[in-house]
Design a protein around this ligand. Sequence first.
Ligand code: NDP
Length: 320
Amino acid sequence: MKTSFTNCLIIGSGPAGYTAAIYAARADMKPMLYEGMQPGGQLTITTEIENFPGFPNGISGAELMEQMRRQALNFDVDMRRGTITKADFSSRPFKVWVDDDDYEEHVIEAKTVIIATGATARWLGLESESEFRGGGVSACATCDGFFYRGMDVAVVGGGDTACEEATYLAKICKKVYLIHRRDQLRASKAMQCRVMETENIIPVWNSRIVEFFGEVDKFDKVLRGIKVENIPAGEITEIAVDGVFIAIGHHPNSDVFKDQIHVDQEGYIITQGHSTQTNIPGVFAAGDIQDTQFRQAITAAASGCMAAIEAERFLLDAKD
Ligand code: NDP
């Protein structure tokens, strides 16, 4: 089996991974970065990004990630494509197994590891939902809500995220339908109160979306509305909306690491205090894989920077 060696292995290619790579490369750590199957991560499936500083006219998610990638390549980051299949953090150098682009299994020995594999938004799984993703259907109100100002939208879910998204959207949209499959919210009491006290949030209880409809062609996607089924009765009604925000949770991409490292109940990697350090000295976690609160491109990039600086300090202290 082929073996490679690196001072710093970065796993993941969202804003956290690319930022960590830029900082680590500039610190002469000669990092190796594995991009995974969706280079650029979640941002490549969002539309325009208007809240990442430095782009006064906004930038598309895909373009922002391509720029970060090119910036990392300019510093000679060893950028590779592959899927991590196994990790062994029990001793240093750490070992990580990869299925490469050329389908050859390969082991990487790394003095430090930065895990930046992100979290994947959960979707309802309807065919019509995927047709409108990135054009009418989104999983992030802070990212995409602004495009629907003055319009009618819907949020799906009954947890804190759904309530937070609905409250945020209520400030900029005309009406916000909150579609929940039960007649009770799961969210904290404070969030529930905020939702109930907001006049333009309209709860749609015991209901699920069965279809998204509108116009889709090669160049454009325009959502016109949703068909909603009332669960006990099976009755279907149409609601006209311009955008739908799915807020039914995220899945942290930590499955290959979670028997090696401390994770919380949901699978998010636990980091220590104001740091990206995990319970294993020399293994760091950055971006959404360790963030249950903010989940923004800018916060992910910031924690990628922190992880690279912490990895550099670790290498200096370890002196090997
Ligand atoms: P949750 O798992 O708490 O809630 C998910 C919601 O989506 C539930 O209401 C669930 O319904 C619903 N749901 C799940 N699957 C489906 C489906 N297939 N179809 C329709 N509805 C579905 O996820 P959140 O992202 O809201 O929160 C995750 C964690 O992060 C929580 O611990 C939360 O407290 C925390 N958080 C905290 C915030 C804060 O403190 N400011 C902000 C955001 C999140 P059901 O209720 O029926 O199971």
